[in-house]
Design a protein around this ligand. Structure first.
Ligand SMILES: [Ca+2]
Length: 108
C-alpha cells in the first residue's frame, strides 16, 4: 500500500468530480499497466471522491472532516483557519457565524 500512496495523492489532485472503483481499476490498468484489487480500488475511489471543501459553507473553502476551523485573524485557536466572509449553506458546525445572519467570519 505504501507504494500506492503517491498515486492516491496524484489522483486526489485530478479535477475529477467523482470516480468509481471500476474507473480506478481501469486507470491503473491503462496508465500503470497494473492490476489492483477491488478493495484497493474502493479505498482509492473513496479518497478521490472526498470533497475538497466542507459542503456546509460556500464563498470560501472550509477544510472538510477536520475537528475545528476558526476564522483567520480571529481569536480561535485553529488548527485550521478560513479567510471569510463565508456563507453558511448547511449547518454551522464550526460556529463561524456567531450572530447567525448566515455569514461567517464577517471580519475575517
Ligand atoms: Ca455572522
Amino acid at each position: 500500500m505504501r507504494r500506492l500512496l503517491p498515486l492516491v495523492f496524484t489522483l486526489a489532485l485530478l479535477p475529477v468530480a467523482a470516480c468509481t472503483p471500476e474507473e480506478v481499476q481501469l486507470w491503473f490498468k491503462v496508465y500503470r499497466n497494473e492490476e489492483i484489487s477491488w478493495d484497493q480500488a474502493v479505498a482509492i475511489a473513496e479518497v478521490t471522491n472526498r470533497p475538497k471543501c466542507d459542503p456546509n459553507y460556500e464563498g470560501a473553502c472550509v477544510p472538510p472532516n477536520v475537528p475545528d476551523v476558526d476564522c483567520a485573524g480571529g481569536s480561535g485557536n485553529g488548527p485550521y483557519y478560513v479567510q471569510g466572509p463565508v456563507r453558511v449553506v448547511g449547518t454551522d458546525i464550526h460556529g463561524l457565524d456567531r450572530d447567525r445572519d448566515g455569514i461567517g467570519c464577517e471580519r475575517g
